[in-house]
Design a protein around this ligand. Sequence first.
Ligand SMILES: [Zn+2]
Length: 362
Amino acid sequence: MTDIKQKLVKLTSELIEFQSVVDDLQAKENVMKYTENQLRVPEIKIKRYKSRGIPSLVATFKSKSNPEIMLNGHLDVVPAANNDFTPRVKGNRLYGRGSGDMKAGCAVMIEIMKYFAKQKKKPSLGLMLTADEEIGGFNGVNYLLKKGNYRPELAIIPDSGLDLSTLLIGQKGVLHLKVMAKGKAAHGAKPFLGENAIDKLIDIYRKLRKELPHIKQNEWKSSMSLGYIQGGEATNTVPDYAEMKLDIRFANQKEKDWIFGVLKKITPEYEILVQGSPLVQDKDDEYIKEYKEVVKQKIHKPIQFQRDEGASDGRFFSEAGISVICINIDCANLHGDNEWGDIKEMVKFYEVLVEYINKISQ
Ligand SMILES: [Zn+2]
């Protein structure tokens, strides 16, 4: 296994050096091209895609172009200081932007495709690599599932959770709304001649807040945050327009329908700015049960289940009714300074995947 350890450190390090940040389309193209070359072995078929300039690829075995199991990762990263794009190994950790989120995970999955490419009997397996997870995933996973027509039964995504034995079973959906209030302008000295739009907006906000009260940490309920409010022009003018922007997060589809019901009763004057599905994964799913067994055997740890307020590409699979195994290689300082990924866990992830894919492909 030392051979695979060296391969993974080398490949992850090379991926880290591509500064594939948010708006650098050229760097995203370069890193995609590089991974394409890595995957270029006779048994693997690669399909390249581009949506709004954002590149992605799907690698499959020639016999199965719409596989049952889809490995998924993103090669884009959030910005960092220049020296964070120079990978460093210290002890068991590989430092650098994207080491934890999630170029190490991508490196493992590339090596997994190459491993199974050499096996006589190939599993129904593919690898989907995208480059826009950090900006919503709409032109990556979303695009590939909708336009590429991929319909796996299972997606494995090493991008969430604490480690290989912590499975993510819930992520909230997102709803960004602009709520408007209209009134009638008048002189501030004669407010009775006008209709105050800010008053109306505050009234709407209070009603919404009553239905969506503040929640505490670890309370798995819908939440609402007022992020922007604007209205009025001068102290002595009754404003005729005001607006606010709300960030609402909901736990499941039922909650979302309920929120729209509430909203419609309170005001018809709103606009949807952003809408994203939640991730909901059943703990008793057959794929999860099998994964639990493999982890017990290989890592000697019981599986923990976790929910997380943030969003990830897992939601697009979940929305399409595809089971998701969202786990992570042990890592820290994601989106911050000194990001690192654990080298031993990279190898462990490789071993777990070989075992698991063989098990569910029998
Ligand atoms: Zn990520």
